[in-house]
Design a protein around this ligand. Structure first.
Ligand code: GDP
Ligand code: MN
Length: 399
């Protein structure tokens, strides 16, 4: 789960990381009011959307009067911000964060990630932070500092100082930089984060060290024990298909292809996606209904896949152990009777209660294409999809 910059900053601040004074706003009036509260004569208005690279996309505005703050916020609210990281659909701005502007001397990069090969938290740092960090890591990989943290002892003072030294911090501020680094590490570890990124961490003209931007992501599987983090979830920033699925207890990942998949078990879902590719098309999603799925859950899964306008054919592939084919069949029939579909539907059932399941599908009288094996199912759904496409092309051409 990702959170907003202002939320990450509040968390990090609680662990002793220095941040500029700031306030959240839901309207241009409130943004101008925040500027007055903060005081000073320069502010930054920042779109709060779950993506980086906002600066290059016009999502970060430097302002020199309350009126400019108002206008900047006014221009951002409701806007669909398309950055290098969002894809073409972008993310809509519903909140802005107003901050007292900082006089930047140098921009540094400080990140914490899980390094899978060492099975440790790794600190990644660079003396050249800011908006060009991707280019720097690609062109000058040797300039990136990496430090692996021993989990049993956590980050050591000497490690934090070594990183600060490597970033070229002057001796008078090494201690301050080290405490920012240690605080960020503790926030990562104590809150089950999967990523903390401060880019830029800046050296201010006075020499002190401030986190100017912050990003945090958390391990979804640990959220049950972090209710205070779960509360920070902002559904407006997520893929609506995935949010709906999560609310229904389904594991769902939206993809770019045309064949909607309803499968049980992650392994079978992966195999099904491979078989669709092999048969000449590609999956529109990964959806795992899990074990012991009730007819209602199956029907919900079906409606969810069917509501995706990218989906041009649906494949249901169930190998039932804990699941029951008759329940799956009931769910499909229920969904199709409530909401007839215009795309071909192929169903392959195997395992527990398969005979009952097949009977329910046959007796429903619905135009369901049946298949006995996975290979056959993939073949049939792609054939039906291709035929349907040709048919649609003809309809368009003749109209
Ligand atoms: P991102 O583009 O989404 O990573 O947004 P950032 O919060 O990192 O802001 C992008 C850039 O805006 C930073 O790298 C800074 O150069 C600039 N910026 C942000 N806040 C300030 C500020 O308070 N003062 C100044 N001078 N520049 C700022
Ligand atoms: Mn940034």
């Amino acid at each position: 789960m990702d959170i907003h910059e202002y939320q990450a900053k509040e968390i990090l601040s609680g662990f002793g990381v220095r941040i500029p004074p700031g306030g959240l706003a839901y309207s241009p009036e409130q943004a101008a009011y925040r500027a007055r509260e903060i005081g000073g004569s320069k502010w930054v208005v920042k779109a709060q959307v779950h993506t980086g690279a906002r600066g290059k996309a016009g999502g970060v505005k430097l302002c020199s009067s309350e009126q400019e703050v108002f206008d900047a916020a006014n221009g951002l609210f409701g806007k669909r911000l398309v950055t290098q990281q969002t894809g073409s659909q972008g993310k809509i701005v519903y909140r802005v964060y107003v901050e007292g502007a900082v006089a930047i001397e140098r921009e540094l990069y400080l990140g914490f990630v899980l390094d899978r090969s060492s099975e440790r938290i790794m600190v990644v740092a660079s003396a050249s932070g800011g908006m060009e960090i991707e280019e720097i890591s690609a062109n000058q990989p040797e300039s990136i500092l990496r430090t692996v943290i021993e989990p049993a002892v956590g980050i050591r003072d000497f490690q934090a100082r070594e990183i600060a030294f490597g970033l070229g911090i002057d001796p008078a501020h090494i201690q301050e930089a080290a405490s920012n680094i240690k605080g960020s590490y503790r926030a990562f570890r104590d809150l089950d984060a999967t990523m903390v990124e401060i880019n830029p961490l800046v050296v201010v003209e006075s020499g002190s060290i401030v986190a100017l931007d912050a990003k945090m992501s958390f391990d979804d599987n640990a959220l049950f024990r972090r209710p205070e983090i779960s509360e920070l979830r902002d559904k407006s920033q997520e893929d609506p298909r995935e949010t709906q699925a999560a609310d229904r207890g389904l594991s769902y990942v939206g993809l770019e292809g045309k064949i909607g998949c309803i499968v049980n078990g992650a392994g079978l879902a992966m195999a099904t996606m491979d078989m669709i590719k092999l048969a000449g098309s590609s999956p529109a999603n990964f959806l795992d209904i899990g074990g012991g799925a009730s007819p209602e859950r199956v029907a919900k899964a079906f409606r969810l896949v069917n509501s995706d306008k990218n989906v041009e054919a649906i494949l249901v592939n169930i190998f039932a152990g804990i699941n029951r084919c008759d329940w799956v069949a009931q769910g499909i029939v229920q969904a199709l009777e409530d909401n007839p579909v215009s795309v071909p539907v192929v169903v392959r059932l195997a395992g527990t209660n398969v005979e009952e399941g097949r009977k329910i599908l046959a007796q429903s009288g619905l135009p369901i294409i049946r298949a006995a094996t996975l290979a056959e199912a993939a073949e049939r759904v792609v054939t039906a999809w291709t035929k349907n496409q040709k048919h649609n092309v003809k309809l368009v051409a003749s109209s």
